[in-house]
Ligand binder design. Structure first.
Ligand code: AHR
Length: 523
């Protein structure tokens, strides 16, 4: 590939070698790197489950309170207590599913605290997240009605760590029973006649850590025990999600699959992208190319992790009945200076847009097992879609990627290969361009392209087998700096712009600026 690159460079550049200097043409503009993408429309994978675009909303910092719920008496514009601006933005994203109430919070949450008249609900201490008081004003009714309001399915995480099987079973009955039982009638008295549809139910969270510090075999046994008592109506079955492994702990997956695969419909996996180490996560803004490269390398690691967990699952479940749900993922940096550390509030930049796009592309390649993922978290926490400051709201670069990728929800992924020289920084080598291709249900082909190189544009020449291409139109997200981000004073500094490709010699050509994400529909 180096040979090809050299042959395409202007003579003045070729004599300078292939370092940074070689990237500069006579007019001082970086020379586009030639990239070839081949899409094989005859090689399709299993459909991209819409739930791969899921969200996670925990009682953490300002994720729920202020982020989603301001209460009916708030001066912030709201409908029945839900902020109108956030609800409208989430509806545009077509959020398929929301996981709630945690996270670590789930294994200390007792659902009865969050029903009945709000003024009479007990106030608790949120011991995991900042030791702040939890008013319980956002409880079962508020969450399930919120999910309906934004058109998402509910994924409720039950308390396996400090609750009882009886408490868990009664919660599910309260939410889903259409009978005349005392619990169903209590729900009616609290304002909800019809049972809710709770499509997904999680049995604990991170049972190996904040959910109970359990070893895998105990975790498997507890899962088996609790799920025995959770009974949803036959006509509205629940997908039982077992709490699974952290990062590369394939032994945890192995034991859960060995001991409890018959009692689960999905197993979870958590993986966070951190630039270097948990002790040295680095800031969300104001970083250099070293952190850009190490963050994208960390984000790409999820590909290998999924591959390894899938291989373990395949040994126990070759028919792939049990889904792998990556129900927490995203970038985790140092909290924003001046914010409460336990609130995990961080800015969100062009780097995060790349983390999101690379991750989604990777999930598209594992649809044989990965049927849900939930980015952490939806509003004001970690790699958020939305940030709020009192009445003000902004959409992050991550939000824009999710919105640009909407056509991939429910589409059929196609095999795509990239030929390009790698992007290198120090000892880090990364693919220069990452691509995902998929056909939506109306037959339209969509391409998502990520240029990881923050310095060099790419000229992508695309071969699409079995299709005469007439052009491509879509949107592009980029910015002048590695940490380009929106602020409350400049909420539209980074947003997608109209973008198109052209056809040369029968082939689609897409000019990708440095550090950019593009999504196009091919005509
Ligand atoms: O998303 C923040 C926390 O990260 C979650 O509560 C926990 O499950 C994970 O460790």
């Amino acid at each position: 590939m180096i040979k090809i690159l050299k042959s395409l460079l202007p003579a003045t550049v070729a004599v300078m070698g292939l370092g940074e200097a070689a990237a500069i043409a006579q007019n001082n503009a970086p020379v586009p790197v030639p990239v070839t993408v081949t899409v094989d429309t005859t090689r399709a994978g299993p459909v991209i489950d819409r739930n791969i675009y899921g969200q996670f909303a925990e009682h953490l910092g300002r994720g729920i309170y202020e982020g989603v719920w301001v209460g009916e008496d708030s001066p912030i514009s709201n409908t029945s207590g839900y902020r109108n601006d956030v609800v409208a933005a989430l509806r545009r994203l077509r959020v398929p599913v929301v996981r709630w109430p945690g996270g670590c919070f789930a294994d200390e949450y007792h659902w009865r605290d969050g029903i009945g008249p709000r003024t009479q609900r007990p106030v608790r201490v949120n011991t995991h997240w900042g030791g702040v008081t939890e008013s319980n004003h956002f409880g079962t009714h508020e969450f399930l009605n919120f999910a309906e309001l934004i058109g998402a399915d509910a994924y409720v995480s039950g308390n396996l760590g400090s609750g009882t099987p009886q408490e868990m079973a009664e919660w599910v009955e309260y939410m889903t029973s259409g009978s005349q039982s005392t619990l169903a009638n209590e729900r009616r008295r609290n304002g909800r006649d019809r049972p809710w549809r709770v499509r997904f139910f999680g049995f604990g969270n991170e049972t190996w850590g904040c959910g109970g510090s359990m070893r895998a075999d105990h975790s498997a046994d507890l899962h088996r025990r609790y799920q025995t008592f959770v009974k949803a109506p036959r006509e509205a079955p629940i997908v039982r999600v077992a709490s699974g492994a952290n990062s590369d702990d394939t032994n945890f997956t192995d034991v859960m699959m060995e001991r409890a695969r018959g009692q689960m419909d999905a197993l979870s996996l958590h993986y966070y992208t951190i630039p270097d180490s948990w002790q040295n996560k680095g800031p969300a803004t104001g970083f250099g190319e070293d952190k850009w490269a190490s963050t994208l390398r960390a984000a790409r690691r999820i590909d290998d992790l999924i591959t390894r967990h899938k291989a373990v699952m395949d040994r126990h479940d070759p028919e792939r009945r049990v889904g792998l749900f990556v129900d927490e993922w995203g970038a985790w940096y140092e909290p924003e200076p001046g914010s409460t550390p336990g609130f995990l509030y961080q800015q969100n930049t062009l780097r995060d847009a790349h983390v999101a796009a690379l991750s989604l592309n990777i999930f598209h390649r594992h649809t044989d097992r990965v049927r849900m993922t939930n980015i952490a978290q939806m509003v004001n926490v970690l790699q958020a879609m939305i940030l709020t400051d009192g009445p003000r709201m902004l959409l992050t670069p991550t939000y824009h990627v999710f919105e640009m990728y909407v056509p991939f929800q429910g589409a059929t992924p196609l095999a795509a290969t990239v030929e390009a020289p790698e992007y290198r920084f120090g000892d880090i080598s990364l693919p220069r361009v990452d691509v995902s291709a998929a056909r939506d249900t109306s037959g339209r082909l969509h391409l998502a392209l990520v240029n990881l190189d923050p310095n060099r544009p790419a000229r992508v020449v695309t071969n699409v087998t079995g299709m005469t291409v007439r052009g491509a139109r879509g949107r592009l997200l980029t910015g002048p700096a590695l940490d380009t981000h929106n602020s409350f004073d400049q909420p539209d500094r980074i947003q997608p712009a109209a973008y198109s490709g052209r056809v040369e010699g029968g082939r689609l050509v897409l000019d990708l600026p440095a550090k950019s994400v593009a999504v196009v529909a091919v005509e």
